[in-house]
Design a protein around this ligand. Structure first.
Ligand code: PMT
Length: 404
């Protein structure tokens, strides 16, 4: 979103208050945001709120305003990357459909050359009304992007479709639209999170992985146009938009799902922290307190990545592993790269407090099969994900795209 120019159109629905958070998130992500409102929208939220959040003058009246006399033409043109109408009422949708420009926002949309994304939000009966549905269908056919509303309790105390999607989801969708789709045509499988190995019905062995690194990779790959499958252990994260998500618990379940899903993938990135061992038996009932010590027998779990490395001959692909280490970092990572037949391994020093498990930031060392080593800066996991994908793309091009 850094440096992108986005115009937000706010129309008169109760969800207009959520548009304030949308503007805040876009500005935080580095976008330049301008806001146009309908007169009715100003009854729900003051233009001053949007002016303060965006740092730019808000336009809500065609004639009674500052700025130039051609703002309604230039706002949707110039070098604007995206126009987002959120919330989009049935009224603005109908006006867009039938070419009505009777205020600043509708006129600006009529003159727009930038892509337009609408986020319909209204009472469910209004939303399912055939006229509204017909208008939305027509707009889609004309190339307008439409984000499906969420279902749930609405402000009018009814249940059903019509909720404005959460602002973070709109930002994620917008960033998918705006980003360069340099991974389009690639199918990528990402694993994330910990595995969970049961001891008895109430206890298990697991590790500190939150899934943040793997989810960042899946989100970034989707944003860049890839078709993405995410195989995840139990985590508390929101599913990335547009990604096929498979939830698993144990290493054996992860192995089965990865093997099923990976045969058609071009690129496999294993960011999951898989338990190397599991209890040899799962007690059918809760183990009772008894003697002072209790010995658990553990057996080796299958090494999923090593198995993928062995299958590379039958299923040629780019294989990327992660290494979570606390000592002899480079030597251990190199050993894993070689023994598991990887193209690249991403080394995490998990003894750092600002990297590896649980954090929102990461600093990694990327080691390639030709011996090269590259260090990243300390960045957000989203930025690290993009950096890893840049390198993966280069490896893909060198191995499979030599003609292009
Ligand atoms: O989830 P976060 O909180 O964001 O933390 C991110 C992370 C630290 C978990 C992640 O970035 C990371 O380093 N993941 C790898 C952790 C790990 O299990 O490393 P390892 O060195 O034990 O395993 C090496 C590689 O083999 C990994 O790609 C792992 O997925 C894979 N493996 C390991 C064991 C096993 N039985 N099967 C495997 O496929």
């Amino acid at each position: 979103m850094k440096g992108k120019k986005i115009v937000i159109g706010v129309t008169g629905g109760i969800a207009a208050y959520k548009a304030a958070e949308l503007v805040r998130l876009l500005v935080k992500a580095g976008a330049h945001v301008r806001v146009a409102m309908t007169l009715n929208a100003t009854r729900f939220v003051s233009p001053l709120t949007f002016e303060t959040l965006s740092g730019s003058k808000v336009i809500w009246s065609m004639f009674d305003r500052e700025g130039t006399s051609v703002d309604h033409i230039t706002w949707g043109q110039d070098d604007v990357d995206l126009i987002i109408i959120a919330p989009a009422t049935g009224n603005i949708i109908a006006k867009m459909c039938h070419g009505i420009g009777d205020d600043f926002l509708s006129t600006m949309i009529m003159a727009a050359t930038a892509p337009v994304l609408i986020c319909p939000s209204m009472n469910s009966q209004m939303y399912i009304n055939p006229a509204v549905q017909g208008n939305i269908r027509l707009l889609r056919e004309r190339g307008v992007l439409v984000m499906e509303p969420g279902k749930g309790e609405l402000a009018c105390h009814t249940e059903g479709p019509g909720r404005l999607p959460e602002p973070e989801d709109i930002v994620e969708y917008a960033s998918m639209v705006i980003s360069e789709h340099d991974l389009s045509g690639r199918s990528i499988l990402v694993t994330a999170g910990p595995t969970l190995e049961p001891i008895d019905p109430v206890r298990y062995i697991t590790n500190r992985s939150t899934g943040k690194m793997g989810y960042a990779l899946a989100r970034a790959a989707k944003k860049r146009g890839a078709s993405v499958t995410l195989v995840s252990g139990p985590v508390g994260l929101k599913s990335p938009l547009g990604v096929e998500e498979c939830q698993v618990k144990t290493a054996e379940e992860m192995m089965k799902t990865v093997m099923e899903k990976s045969s058609s993938c071009d690129i496999i990135i294993k960011a999951a922290a898989v338990s190397d061992y599991r209890p040899s038996e799962v007690a059918p009932d809760k183990i009772k307190k008894g003697s002072d010590t209790l010995t658990l027998e553990l057996v080796r779990n299958p090494d999923i990545l090593a198995e993928l490395g062995r299958r590379k001959k039958e299923h040629p692909c780019i294989l990327v592993g992660f290494a979570a280490e606390t000592k002899d970092l480079l030597a251990n990572a190199r050993e894993k790269l070689k023994s598991k037949n990887l193209d690249m391994i991403v080394l995490n020093d998990v003894s750092r407090s600002d990297a590896g498990f649980e954090t929102d930031t990461n600093i990694v060392r990327m080691i390639f099969s030709d011996g090269r080593v590259e260090d990243s800066l300390l960045m957000t996991k989203d930025e690290v994900a993009d950096l890893i994908l840049d390198r993966v793309k280069t490896i893909w091009e060198a191995n499979f795209d030599s003609g292009s």
